[in-house]
Design a protein around this ligand. Structure first.
Ligand code: ADE
Ligand code: ZN
Length: 332
């Protein structure tokens, strides 16, 4: 069997994917035609320009333009289902998807309705593909800690299938300590904790994050690789890193995939997962992530398979919920 075929057949776990960042290009064009036309793009070819970024902040601006196309809660069912269908096509067995509720609430959409539609999409995908999915709410840093506390209250009453919180959005300039109270309250509420960190800011942000927010996982973590003491600390505390290699390449967090620190994390004893972040926006999917890690960093099928096993361990699910019987290394 070719390595491409083996990679397709490997069972996979996705711990870090944004629902809105997963909108299919075709669906994006369709959404753009519902109601008021917001974007000057009509064809898939036009979207090539839209998906090219000058850097991380430019990417976030483009991402917020996609948010504007979600003008009704009901669209969440479609985009969640399609996101899971895409994941299933790469043999992903379990997904932890990121929902940035306030990106839509500040335009008048309702939290509980959105959660209900997301769960409808998840249930249909479970029925059609056998894939499991839970939700993490990103209390996007652009909006500040008061909004985050409001979102925790929403989760208390309308939190069906929401298992964790996360801080994404802008990084540089928002010190992690700003969210210390939010994370403490979330922990008391029984939520699991993760944070986008070390993607667009230095290792000092990751240090402060682990001290002040005490997350179980770090999203991206790229800059942590610059500090061996920090890597040892992550290992000792059992904090894993949700790596997003193609995302880091496309936003400029790494210059080339060969520079990506995933191997340095592993050599230091940090557990990692492999993730797509915003797949069509970064021209990726799980098979592509695996293939690029094989081509550019020499990962073997067995190494990739073992990362999948570690990812089950560091996921926010009951391990029994993911069927281990599927999770065997395909042989020739
Ligand atoms: N929102 C969507 N993708 C993101 C990323 N890579 N970093 C921070 N916030 C995001
Ligand atoms: Zn992300």
């Amino acid at each position: 069997m070719s390595i491409e075929e083996t990679i397709k057949q490997l069972p996979k776990i996705e711990q870090h994917v944004h629902i809105v960042g997963s909108v299919r290009p075709e669906t994006l064009l369709w959404l753009n035609k519902q109601g008021e036309i917001k974007l000057p793009y009509k064809t898939l070819d036009d979207l090539k320009d839209f998906y090219a970024y000058q850097g991380f902040e430019h990417f976030l601006n483009v991402y917020s333009m996609v948010n504007e196309l979600i003008t009704h809660e009901k669209y969440y069912e479609i985009i969640t289902y399609e996101m899971l269908q895409n994941q299933h096509n790469c043999n992903v067995k379990h997904v932890e998807c990121i929902f940035s509720a306030y990106d839509h609430m500040h335009r008048g959409l309702d939290f509980s309705d959105m959660v209900e539609y997301i769960n409808k999409g998840i249930s249909r995908a479970k029925r059609d593909f056998g894939i499991t999915c839970n939700i993490r709410v990103d209390v996007v840093r652009n909006y500040g800690p008061e909004i985050a506390l409001m979102l925790l209250d929403e989760i208390k009453t309308n939190g069906n299938n929401i298992v964790s919180i996360d801080t994404g959005g802008i990084e540089e300039g928002v010190l992690p300590r700003t969210y210390a109270k939010v994370y403490e309250a979330a922990r008391e509420q029984g939520l699991r904790l993760t944070a986008h960190q070390g993607e667009a800011a230095g290792a000092n942000y990751v240090w402060e994050c682990i001290e002040q927010l005490k997350p179980e996982r770090i999203g991206h973590g790229v800059s942590a690789a610059q500090d061996p003491n920090l890597l040892s600390k992550l290992t000792r505390r059992g904090i894993s890193i949700e790596t997003c290699p193609m995302s880091n390449l496309r936003t400029g967090a790494v210059k080339s995939l060969k520079d990506h620190p995933i191997r340095r994390f592993m050599e230091a004893g940090v557990k990692v997962s492999i993730n797509t972040d915003d797949p069509p926006m970064f021209g990726t999917d799980m098979n592509t992530e695996y293939l690029m890690l094989h081509r550019e960093l020499g990962f073997t099928a067995e190494e990739l398979y073992n990362i999948g096993l570690d990812s089950i361990e560091t996921s926010f699910i009951d391990e029994q919920a993911v069927s281990y019987t599927h999770l065997t290394l395909p042989t020739n």
